[in-house]
Structure formats: structure tokens, C-alpha cells
Design a protein around this ligand. Structure first.
Ligand code: BV8
Ligand code: ZN
Length: 277
């Protein structure tokens, strides 16, 4: 009897790349699920299991509606820091490998789509067109009063936040008064980042479209995610449960590794280009 692929994979840190490339060559509809790990080699810090630290705070404690209500200045410092940081970063070979694979497959009437948890827009910068941003983006604001959503790449986003947001645990909170935080040009209401915070629902259209892609894919790549945040954490296991091959690209194994047919250990900036060229 042949050894089930997962058992074989369990023993080796990395699966057989040739076997994966055989599957990839025949795949007609590939979904790539990405998390903070795909941007690590671009110099964007990861959350490390959604427990990322900025100053003495855990990302999960600041990326919430409650934190914004209680202390909008602190939350804006967190996002203003990440905006300014990401504006100086570029896509790495992993982002580029996905964008190039999308183009190559399209020429062959095959589809590759990226469903990302990241809000850094590095997939967009790399040229990915088929893209769902599950958790929004750092570079859009939403008015808490009139709801208008606008692109915004201003750095600093407002004068009062210039030079603020240092991640240093001993940095003083800027305590910017609400009137000097980013305000809506239309109604002067307080702006917030157009991202999905913990405890907030994802955009139903994005979720529905992502689910459609997952339900019809014949290969799923899960790249640089610790798979701890729901509902994104359920996507790859769902595909695997349908008997569709899932290939994980990560520097370590995760809660999902056992259920995935392929696991390629290492920085995805190196492993992904080898897998997709
Ligand atoms: C919701 C935007 C319905 C903001 C983000 C208890 C049990 C289960 C669920 C819950 C629970 N309590 C609360 C919940 C729900 C909660 C949740 O899942 N919490 C978790 C922490 C338990 N989820 C929600 O609230 C979601 N909404 O459920 O709506 C609802 C509605 C109302 C009331 C109840 C429910 C909304 C979640 C979205 C939160 N927003 N981001 C911002 O970024 O500021 S989440 C944020 O954290 C990221 O977007 C991402 O999703 C997550 C971080 O995860 P990763 O991307 O995986 O990054 P991480 O650092 O963890 O891991 C990096 C990985 O890369 C590692 O594996 C590492 O090994 C690897 N790596 C590193 N370097 C490399 C690499 N791999 C390859 N190459 C490398 N070089
Ligand atoms: Zn407004």
C-alpha cells in the first residue's frame, strides 16, 4: 500500500518539490492565501501569531474598536507608524513570483488569485490583479461619521502625527487631541483606518467572493500565515477537507501543517519562486 502523502511529509521538513510542480502544472484554478510572513522579507514585521508587539501592546489589543473609542490617538500612532514604515518597503521575490504566475497562468486560460490577510498593499505593488484584501488596507481611511472611504498615502497622515508612533516600548504616547487626528474633508468627522479590527466582521462581499474562489480551486497555497486568525484560518483546512491539494510555505510548521499535502520549510522569498517558476 502506498504511504499517504501526509505521513511521508510528516517525516521530512519539506515535501517533494517535483511532485508539487507536477500538481501546479495541471492546476486550472489556484488560490494563494497569504499572511504577514510573505511580507517579512520586505522588512515588514509580522504579528507572530496575531500577538505582534508594538510598544508594550499586543496587536490584538490595539486593532480593536474598543481601543479606538478609548484612545484614538494611540491607535492612530500604531497605524501611522505602520503606514510610514510600509511606504518605504518594496515587494519581495515571493510577492513577485505570485504576480508573475498570475500572468503566466492567464495566458494559458488558468486562474491564480491571491486572498491576503495583509494590509500593506505589497501584492498590489508587485502587480497582482486578482486580489482580495480580507482585512482592508493601511492606505484607505473611513470616516466614522459619514462613512466615506478614501485612498490616503499621505505621510504624515496629519501634522500632529508627524514623527509619532515609535514602536519603542518606552516611547511616550503622543496624546494627540481628537480634533488634530485625521479628519474627514467632507464632514470633519474623525477618520479611522479602513481595516478590519478584531471583533469586526469582514466585508460580506469580499468574504463571499473569497469563499467562491476557495470552493472552486483545484490547488491552494498557504503562505506565511500562522493560521490563528478566523475566519481566514479556516480557509486552507476547508480546501484540504475537500481533498484538494494544499501547499504550505512557512519557516515553521503550523496548526494546519499535518492536514496539508505539501509543506515547504524556509523563507518564502526563496521557496515560492522555485515552486512557481
Ligand atoms: C470576526 C487587520 C466575526 C488589522 C487583522 C476565539 C476563538 C476563535 C476566534 C476568535 C476568538 N476570539 C475572537 C475571535 C475572532 C477573531 C480571532 O480570530 N481572534 C484570534 C486571535 C483568536 N477574529 C475576528 O475578530 C475577525 N472577525 O471573527 O468576525 C465576528 C464579528 C463580531 C463578533 C464576533 C465575531 C476579524 C479578524 C481580523 C483582525 N484584523 N488585521 C491590522 O493588521 O492592524 S488580523 C492580523 O493578524 C493579520 O491581518 C492576520 O490576519 C493576523 C496575523 O496573522 P498572520 O498574517 O498569520 O501573521 P503572524 O505574524 O501571526 O504569522 C506570520 C507567519 O509567517 C508565521 O507562521 C511565521 O512562521 C511565518 N513567516 C515569518 N517569516 C516568514 C514566514 N513564512 C515564510 N517566509 C518567511 N520569510
Ligand atoms: Zn465624513
Amino acid at each position: 500500500t502506498s504511504t499517504p502523502i501526509t505521513a511521508v511529509m510528516r517525516k521530512q521538513p519539506s515535501s517533494d518539490m517535483a511532485a508539487f510542480r507536477e500538481v501546479f502544472k495541471n492546476a486550472k484554478h489556484v488560490v494563494a492565501l497569504t499572511g504577514a510572513g510573505i511580507s517579512a522579507e520586505s522588512g515588514v514585521p509580522t504579528f507572530r501569531g496575531a500577538g505582534g508587539f508594538w510598544r508594550r501592546y499586543n496587536a490584538q489589543d490595539i486593532a480593536t474598536p474598543g481601543a479606538f473609542l478609548a484612545n484614538p490617538s494611540l491607535v492612530w500612532e500604531f497605524y501611522s507608524y505602520r503606514r510610514d514604515l510600509v511606504l518605504s518597503k518594496k515587494p519581495n521575490p515571493a510577492h513577485i513570483a505570485l504576480a508573475e504566475a498570475e500572468k503566466r497562468l492567464a495566458d494559458d486560460d488558468r486562474r491564480l488569485v491571491v486572498i491576503t490577510q495583509n494590509i500593506d498593499e505589497l501584492h498590489k505593488d508587485a502587480g497582482t490583479k486578482n486580489l482580495y484584501e480580507l482585512h482592508g488596507t493601511l492606505f484607505k481611511t473611513r470616516c466614522t461619521k459619514c462613512g466615506s472611504i478614501n485612498e490616503n498615502r499621505d505621510s504624515p497622515i496629519c501634522p500632529a502625527l508627524a514623527g509619532k508612533g515609535s514602536p519603542d516600548p518606552d516611547a511616550e504616547d503622543a496624546r494627540v487631541v481628537e480634533g488634530e487626528l485625521p479628519r474627514c474633508k467632507k464632514c470633519t468627522g474623525l477618520l479611522r483606518p479602513h481595516v478590519v479590527w478584531f471583533g469586526e466582521s469582514l466585508d460580506p462581499d469580499v468574504l463571499m467572493n473569497a469563499q467562491k474562489e476557495l470552493d472552486s480551486c483545484d490547488l491552494c497555497l498557504v503562505i506565511g500565515t500562522s493560521s490563528v486568525v478566523y475566519p481566514a484560518a479556516m480557509f486552507a483546512p476547508e480546501v484540504s477537507a475537500r481533498g484538494v491539494p494544499v501547499a504550505e510555505f512557512n519557516i515553521e510548521s503550523t496548526s494546519g501543517t499535518e492536514t496539508f499535502g505539501f509543506h515547504f520549510e524556509g523563507p518564502c522569498g526563496s521557496t515560492l519562486p522555485k515552486a512557481l517558476h
